[in-house]
Design a protein around this ligand. Sequence first.
Ligand SMILES: Cc1cc2nc3c(=O)[nH]c(=O)nc-3n(C[C@H](O)[C@H](O)[C@H](O)COP(=O)(O)OP(=O)(O)OC[C@H]3O[C@@H](n4cnc5c(N)ncnc54)[C@H](O)[C@@H]3O)c2cc1C
Length: 471
Amino acid sequence: MTLTSATPDHVAALAACLPDGTVGPVPESYRTEPRARWEGASAALLKPRTTDEVARIVRFAAEHRIGLVPYAGGTGLVGGQIAPGPATLLVSVERMTAPAEVDPLDNTATVGAGTILSDIHAMTEVQDRLFPLSLASQGSARIGGLLATNAGGVAVLRYGNARDLCLGVEAVLPDGSILHGLKRLRKDNTGYDLRNLLIGSEGSLGIITAAVLRLFPRPRETGTAMVVTESPDTALRLLAHMRDALGEALSAFELIHGQGLAFLDEVLPDTPQPFSPRPEWAVLIEAGAGAGAELTARLEASLVEAFEAGLIADAVIAQNKAQAQAFWAVRETIPEANRLIGSVASHDISVPVSAIPEFIARGGPALRSIDPRFRINCFGHLGDGNLHYNVFPPQGGRRKDHESQRAEVSGTVHALAAELGGSISAEHGIGRLKVADLERFGDPAKLAAMRAVKSALDPLGIMNPGAVLRA
Ligand SMILES: Cc1cc2nc3c(=O)[nH]c(=O)nc-3n(C[C@H](O)[C@H](O)[C@H](O)COP(=O)(O)OP(=O)(O)OC[C@H]3O[C@@H](n4cnc5c(N)ncnc54)[C@H](O)[C@@H]3O)c2cc1C
């Protein structure tokens, strides 16, 4: 189905049927994205405040066959929130921030799609509850975008990803109808699960306008440690050991490669690092539990056992909150260091947890056969089998000098992930970046079913054209 390019007349007509200030030009900051790979060119930026206004926008777009690109915090890393052509309208949910309704008995928070993740943390903390979704972009990412990408982050090991943390969504579907799904139900077996279809659909099936989130008791005790380990294999065995020792309390297990620590020294040298000399492999471990769990003592005892078993060579246990935050700052600053250096190609693959050492052992040589000078920063959520596997130019080099190698690099990484039974996207989604890779590595039956769902719900193809599936 051919879409119509949004014209100044369309923009004026929309402005006339929406409250003042809802429709405007697209500011520069909405045209760029964190990795500076795409430049947005939508015809106008729409900032609705209510679900009804979103529905009016979608109905107008459907009537005139104009593409809509949903936008939340703009932190997406695969270009899903950026439309390169001028034909579309950008719909930001940033004003949909009605105060959260926190229900401590249901353990739920009902929030508008524009609510920033760190604000959700603050709102729920006041009620002595935890919303465990946690990632480095939490000061900007909004819940609409986090659900649309089924975001993961550092606490998936214990609490699951965004999908596992959401009980209900309200959304405007591509025909302008409103899906009233703000249910606080743990159980609801009434047919197809549209909530789970919308979560992870990256704006290609509708615009999420509000959500009901699952809350948890706040851990009364937290233990945080950074350890040095010899290799991905010892890290994997350490994970099994810590799980046995700490059980459900283990909430994060983040693998860090020395290349990431070297990048911090190179571009963000003020970031304090716990180990000197820099280790080749480190792991950030966190556990949380209720009062009386004596977590720090248990963490210490299990690390002593790990040391005796040869799984770690050194360890520091945070003695207070500030030290724990300093350890986390190392992990959370690595993406910024990566950004400043500029990758040739970035990947967020997953493989079965047990296959991580093989992936790392084979990935380096395969990439260095393309260019022996590549620097690889491999880090991430080992406990989830998910690695951020990013390839960089040699020191002093520029990513634009390696543009011609990018497709081969990503093809090599994704082919290895696929061979090991993995996924080409564990967290960031498909967006516009990985459409061709999804076609290459995706299961044909799944792709056919996805196209059928898309054309059933969005027969005109107005929702985020070109994202996830080819327009
Ligand atoms: C420093 C940094 C660290 C990151 N770390 C992680 C990490 O650990 N784990 C992880 O999973 N991701 C991570 N990300 C990626 C990013 O933060 C997530 O993908 C996040 O979920 C995007 O949220 P957003 O509000 O910025 O959405 P946006 O970037 O605005 O949009 C993302 C996608 O969702 C669609 N969308 C936005 N709002 C809606 C809506 N209301 N309804 C329907 N579709 C919508 C957009 O069209 C787009 O396709 C990181 C990003 C950065 C910059």
